[in-house]
Structure formats: structure tokens, C-alpha cells
Ligand binder design. Structure first.
Ligand code: NAD
Length: 356
């Protein structure tokens, strides 16, 4: 039976990347019926919101979505559609496997790290008070001299519930995918209350997996240095939201950049698969950017749907096309103005051809 999947093309370069990913996934051997739902800047004028309820309803119904990037206008009080989607569907786990594919130019060979980022709380909770507001003044007075009077304040909530849930997700992922170690990363020497709770919750969960998966801990600053010096020592990293955001870009950089880094946002009910990168507005409509990240996100989706063989076929074809280095986009060529670079569509076609 066909899997029904919500496809959100997104905006900027999203629609062309989604088309490329759809083309490849349709050729993977898995049967997928796409339910296309527009969201983002393109629907703002007509529907008054970049994230209409029909989009959420479609994902709730189908349980699975593949999403192109969506632009978040800077300032102006509009919150990110991407963040809103994760919140509305309680997609609490952000999964970012960062694996090096031979042929992708990087300073590091053989990196294979999976970043698991908590998606629902921390400084992303959106609890913020402008400088001079009544709430900010109240907090300043509670802090008894430790906060300046003219400070704006962002609140960092870390709960035991969300910490245990994300760490358990990381361990389950490790068990199901044959990974050997989970490393919890935060900074409890400074944030004793919040990050201290994160580590305590992580240790409690780790006990349930003793003998199955190793557990260790690093402070986030030291972890950054470890990752650029000895990335091969790390396997699955689990982090609160903000550190996870930063380290997943760092790990994407280790394996060759945003063009090749897939991702997923997963909850107990639904999952939405998307590349790490954004809508790269300056390249909109140019058939230029790399479809690999969204295609590999699609492969993660296939695995999630129990289509492991089709996922393997997609990953192998991507790997073969990148290793050959011929039909690849500008960012995978030795120089960014290489005239032999192909477009988004042509790279997707080469991947389809490599699946045989
Ligand atoms: P970006 O990831 O869109 O692009 C930054 C640069 O990275 C691009 O200019 C390009 O040089 C390169 N790049 C990105 N994707 C590439 C690809 N597939 N192939 C080749 N090169 C690629 O980051 P940005 O410019 O900071 O953000 C643009 C918009 O996207 C913002 O509005 C931001 O909020 C949004 N965004 C959305 C998501 C999402 O939808 N999940 C994620 C991140 C950013």
C-alpha cells in the first residue's frame, strides 16, 4: 500500500529542491502518494498566515511530511514557521545525522556523528521580555542586583520531562541503528539549575540502557574543540535546543556543509523531514543549489516508514554520484565557479540514473 506523505515545497529554493527530492524518492522503489500543501511566504498574501491550519491537519492525518525550507523574515515580530510547526505537532526531537560521503571536500574524513537536539524548550521557548518592560523590571528586582536595570531578558526553561524524553529518544535511536555511544552535552558548571537538570535526567535514562549503549558527558565548549580535533571519537550527541542548533551546524560543516546535511523533526505522533539549510533566497528559481540534503532527508523518511531498502538505494545512489563528482552542483566542485557544475534538476536525474 502506498504511503501518503504531506509534501510542503516551502519557498525560496524550496520548490525546486522538493521537486528534485520527489523525483528521486518516486524512483526509489517505495510507493508514495504525495499530498502537496503550500506554506511559507507564497501563501501569506492569500491566507494571511504562512502556516495555515490545513497544513498541520494534513501532517496530523498522514503522520509524515517532507518539507522544503521556509524563509523567516528578520525582525518584525513574525515567528519562524519552522519553529511553529515543530511546536504545533510536538516534534520534540531534531535528528541530524552528519556523515561524510567520499567525494565531498572537507577537512575531515570519515566523520559519522548523529546530533539529537531537543526541539521544544530552552531559550527557544519564546519567553522574552524587552528592556524596561514591566516583566523585565520584575525579574530584575527578583535577581537582586545580578541583572542590569536596562537588560532585555530571555528565559531558558529546561524540564525533567523534556530532558528525559529527548535523551530516551537518543538512546532508542542508538539501539535501533546499531550506534555504540550517547554523549550528553550541556554546561552545568555555569547553568547549575537548567543544564544540571539536563545531565541528571540524562544519567537516569542512561541507566536503563547500561550494557547496551555507552554513555558519557561533555561540556559544550570542550565538545566543540573535541569535534574539530577528534570527531571520530563521537557517535550520538544529545543536547538541549540552543547548543543542539549550534553543534548541528558545526557537524554539518565537518562533513562538507549545508548542501549535504539532512534532518528530521520527530514526535510521538508525527515526523517532518527537512534539510538543515534554509531557503537560500538569492538562488531562488536558478536551478543551482544542491538537492542532496533534502534527498537524504527523504531517505531518512523512507527508513522511518519502514522502507529501509528503498532508503539504502537512495543513499547509495547519492554516494555514487558524489564520489564520481561529475553530475554535481557548484558547491561540490573544486571551485565554486567550476563551469562543469550541473543544476539541481540534473543532479537529481543523475541520482535517479544511478539507482539503475
Ligand atoms: P541558508 O541555509 O538559506 O543559506 C546560506 C547559504 O548557504 C546560501 O546562500 C548558500 O550559499 C548555501 N546553501 C544553503 N543551502 C544550500 C544548498 N542546498 N546547496 C548549495 N548551497 C547552499 O541560510 P540563511 O541565508 O541564513 O537563511 C535563509 C532563510 O532560510 C532565512 O529566512 C532563514 O530563517 C530560513 N531558514 C529556514 C530553515 C528551515 O526551513 N528549516 C532553516 C534555516 C534557515
Amino acid at each position: 500500500m502506498a504511503h501518503i506523505v504531506t509534501l510542503i515545497p516551502g519557498d525560496g529554493v524550496g520548490p525546486e529542491l522538493s521537486e528534485a527530492a520527489r523525483r528521486v524518492l518516486d524512483a526509489s522503489g517505495a510507493e508514495i502518494e504525495w499530498e502537496v500543501q503550500q506554506a511559507g511566504q507564497n501563501v501569506m498574501a492569500a491566507e494571511g498566515t504562512p502556516l495555515p491550519e490545513r497544513v498541520l491537519a494534513s501532517i496530523r492525518r498522514n503522520k509524515v511530511g517532507l518539507k522544503g525550507p521556509i524563509t523567516t523574515p528578520r525582525g518584525g515580530g513574525i515567528r519562524s514557521v519552522n519553529v511553529a510547526l515543530r511546536k504545533a505537532l510536538d516534534l520534540y526531537a531534531c535528528l541530524r545525522p552528519c556523515k561524510h560521503y567520499p567525494g565531498v571536500r572537507t577537512r575531515f574524513e570519515g566523520v559519522d556523528v548523529v546530533v539529537v537536539r531537543e526541539n521544544t524548550e530552552d531559550l527557544y521557548a519564546g519567553v522574552e521580555f524587552e528592556e524596561g518592560s514591566a516583566e523585565a523590571r520584575q525579574i530584575v528586582s527578583l535577581a537582586e542586583g545580578r541583572i542590569r536595570e536596562d537588560a532585555a531578558i530571555s528565559i531558558k526553561p529546561i524540564s525533567r520531562f523534556a530532558s528525559e524524553r529527548i535523551v530516551d529518544f537518543a538512546f532508542r535511536y542508538a539501539v535501533e541503528n546499531g550506534r555504540r555511544k550517547v554523549t550528553a552535552v550541556a554546561k552545568d558548571n555555569i547553568m547549575k539549575a537548567t543544564d544540571g537538570l539536563f545531565y541528571r535526567a540524562a544519567r537516569d535514562v542512561a541507566k536503563q540502557y547500561e550494557g547496551q549503549v555507552e554513555y558519557d558527558e561533555w561540556l559544550v565548549d570542550a565538545m566543540c574543540m573535541q569535534l574539530v580535533q577528534k570527531p571520530e571519537l563521537y557517535d550520538v550527541l544529545v543536547l538541549p535546543n540552543l547548543y543542539g542548533d549550534i553543534l548541528s551546524d558545526l557537524c554539518a560543516g565537518l562533513v562538507g556543509g549545508l548542501g549535504v546535511a539532512p534532518g528530521a523533526n520527530i514526535g510521538d505522533e508525527c515526523a517532518v523531514f527537512e534539510a538543515i539549510h534554509g531557503s537560500a533566497p538569492k538562488y531562488t528559481g536558478q536551478n543551482k543549489v544542491n538537492p542532496t540534503a533534502l534527498i537524504l532527508s527523504g531517505a531518512l523518511m523512507l527508513r522511518h516508514l519502514g522502507e529501509g531498502q528503498a532508503a539504502g538505494r537512495v543513499e547509495q545512489a547519492v554516494s555514487a554520484v558524489i564520489a564520481e563528482g561529475k553530475s554535481v552542483t557548484y558547491d561540490l566542485k573544486p571551485s565554486r565557479d567550476d563551469p562543469t557544475a550541473v543544476g539541481t534538476r540534473e543532479m537529481a536525474e543523475a541520482i535517479v540514473a544511478a539507482m539503475g
